[in-house]
Ligand binder design. Structure first.
Ligand code: ATP
Ligand code: MG
Length: 398
């Protein structure tokens, strides 16, 4: 009985003292049986949100309409969610309205997979109404009830199934997988943001190659943006995954380096990824070409790429076994005499004052010439030298 549950047991006790039922539920119960580290302890209860708020002094409304109240207890917080059914599915999406119920079984029935439909009492007794333990022992992902119905109720569950296969190294049970194949087209109804969350977890799972393989084999790729005409690239991506990918940035970089995409940024935008991520991966895709051709970085390329891009490119080449060397090129980058125009010992403004000229294109040109000269160690980064050099350059142009 793990520490995390011991710490939360008094919450369940208090809810029970008030006359309601309460249990540990969801992924944490599954992870305990698996002997894995648990992240969030979720509690399900027959008490309604207002009743939970009356029991505890410190609560936060995080999703009252879905039945969830955050209970602050000692130094932790716990999501306490009222038993509910999701009866009115429209458009193959998670319903916006839920019905609160007083029975545990109704709540467990609406859960996605049998391994996720377990409940546990505060004393550690497991309630297993759908043979979830057996599924975990068999390392099996199996829909609760009729898989076809469950995936047409909420198509995201298919992506969840694939990502659990990747994260846990489980097999998707035959009928469940057949239903994913059959319903894969319903993914078009799901918002890309929700698909993306599962896809990222899939890419970062310990068995991601299998997860990507199932993604392709199920045809789910055909209903995700920019993935339908990419069978070759997706297979390549799958084959290149040989150990767990450490960061989301690296996962996207490896994916983009495997697919055949004309415009990386545009492709990534269709997945509504954050701009910063789009920028760093696009930049890596831009510089990796030269890095592969030259088998090294030129001083100019290091300067133009910047520390983050150099790091990401090298991480990718380290991952793929193409003689990447993160620390070597990070040092090389840090050893550059300057890292941007701001590092020059002279500013555009200094030049305007010194030569009493109007700003214009000449200014940018001359600053970048100075930067090159300093980068290539032709000039020291000292104000006097730089000014002298400018004077000569300007005289040349008269
Ligand atoms: P993780 O370890 O990644 O948190 P989890 O199983 O806890 O995995 P959550 O997304 O945290 O997954 O959801 C908690 C529980 O809620 C699940 O175990 C499952 O019982 C239920 N659940 C979540 N999403 C769905 C869904 N789309 N359809 C049905 N049940 C769901
Ligand atoms: Mg969870």
């Amino acid at each position: 009985f793990p520490e995390e549950f011991k710490a939360a047991a008094p919450i369940i006790q208090k809810i029970k003292d008030a006359g309601y039922e309460a249990y540990f539920v969801g992924g944490s119960v599954r992870d305990i049986i698996l002997g894995q580290k648990i992240h969030d302890v979720d509690i399900a209860t027959s008490a309604y949100p207002q009743e939970i708020k009356a029991i505890f002094n410190r609560t936060i409304d995080v999703g009252i309409e879905h039945g969830t109240v955050l209970v602050l207890w000692q130094d932790n917080q716990y999501e306490v969610t009222t038993f509910r059914t999701e009866s009115t599915y429209q458009d193959f999406r998670r319903p916006d309205k839920v019905t609160f119920v007083r029975s545990l079984i109704e709540d467990l029935k609406r859960r996605d997979f049998t391994m996720n439909a377990l409940a546990m009492t505060e004393t550690g007794e497991i309630i297993d109404l759908f043979n979830g333990i057996e599924a975990i022992e068999k390392k099996q992902i199996k829909a609760v009830g009729n898989p076809h119905e469950r995936f047409s109720e909420d198509a995201l569950r298919m992506m969840r199934g694939l990502r659990f296969a990747s994260q846990l190294g489980f097999i998707i049970e035959e009928e469940t997988f057949a239903a994913i194949v059959e319903n894969s087209y319903l993914l078009e109804k799901i918002s890309i943001e929700r698909i993306c969350i599962e896809w990222v977890k899939l890419m970062l799972g310990r068995d991601a190659a299998t997860g990507v393989g199932l993604f392709i084999a199920s045809g789910c790729n055909n209903f995700c943006p920019g993935m339908s005409e990419q069978l070759f690239g997706l297979n390549l991506f799958q084959n290149r995954i040989h150990r767990q990918i450490k960061t989301e940035e690296l996962a996207w970089a490896l994916l983009m380096d495997s697919l055949n995409v004309a415009n990386t940024a545009k492709w990534m935008k269709s997945w509504k990824l954050p701009n910063k991520l789009i920028q760093s991966v696009s930049s890596a895709m831009l510089f990796i070409k030269k890095r592969r051709e030259c088998k090294s970085w030129s001083v100019k390329a290091l300067y133009q790429a910047g520390f983050e891009t150099v790091t990401l490119v090298e991480q990718l080449l380290e991952y793929t076994g193409e003689s990447g060397d993160c620390s070597k090129y990070q040092y090389a980058y840090q050893d550059l005499p300057i890292h941007s125009l701001q590092d020059l010992a002279i500013s555009g403004n200094d030049l305007l004052i010194e030569f009493d000229l109007k700003p214009g294109k000449w200014l940018g040109d001359i600053l970048s010439k100075l930067a090159d000269a300093v980068l290539f160690n032709q000039l020291p980064n000292e104000k006097k030298c730089l000014l002298n050099h400018c004077k000569e350059e300007l005289l040349k142009n008269v």
